[in-house]
Write a new protein. Sequence first.
Length: 269
Amino acid sequence: MWTGQSDSGLAYCAETLRPRNRLLQSLPEDELQRLGPLLERVSLTPRRVLQHAGLPIEHLYFVEEGLVSVLAKVDERHAVEVWLIGRDGVVGSTALLGDRISTFGHLVQVGGSALRIGIEVLEHAAADFPSLRAALDGYLHEGLMQSSQSAACGLRHPVLKRLARWLLMAQDRSDLDALPVTQDALARSLGVRRPTVSEAFKQLEQHGVFARERALIRILDRASLERIACRCYRAMRLVRDTSEKPKTKRRVMALSLLWILFEVELAAS
């Protein structure tokens, strides 16, 4: 039986409560049962720092609800988001590359919950979880591709298209139609000033894409948002979809990804 301890001290088990993280859901049942007792459910409160840049990585967080921004420092006062982690991913996976010092900061953007495991605990038990290691390796590859594409997007594409891309990615990773994020938070994530984000929001409102409430963005027309977003969204989405498909389908999707990246380069030139 998979048992663990929640923040409130209440036990839970696999028969009544399944993991909501997609990486964990992809594991074989026997591996999931052995991993379960090592996991601890923790709350993710908005603005909580899960990992500081330059400090040792002590835990992996398998996000079940919410969104976590991966931030790269550009100077002593500012950082820019290079990756967004939701139910599809895990915080701290770069420790598996052998370097325990985090290159990036990890900040909770949208509150929720995660299943946490200590790095040393996982490493000691790694031989028991070959499927988990393979899933984490694939996720690291996906993260490298997406962070590289995000950096290129920030250099080449206007804020309106980048904002549309961010909203689509946030919805994909959270399964939320209403995103509890502010314009200030989005400006920090995109590395621009708040008035710049406000102007982009006005343009999106004119297209009827979303409705704004206090600290809440409700997406009303996803199809229009996809048409507005830059082609980087298609490339990033295909990277994620490719990693989730059987090997027989990955080759075709990989060729599609190369074509999209070629289109992005042509559009930016």
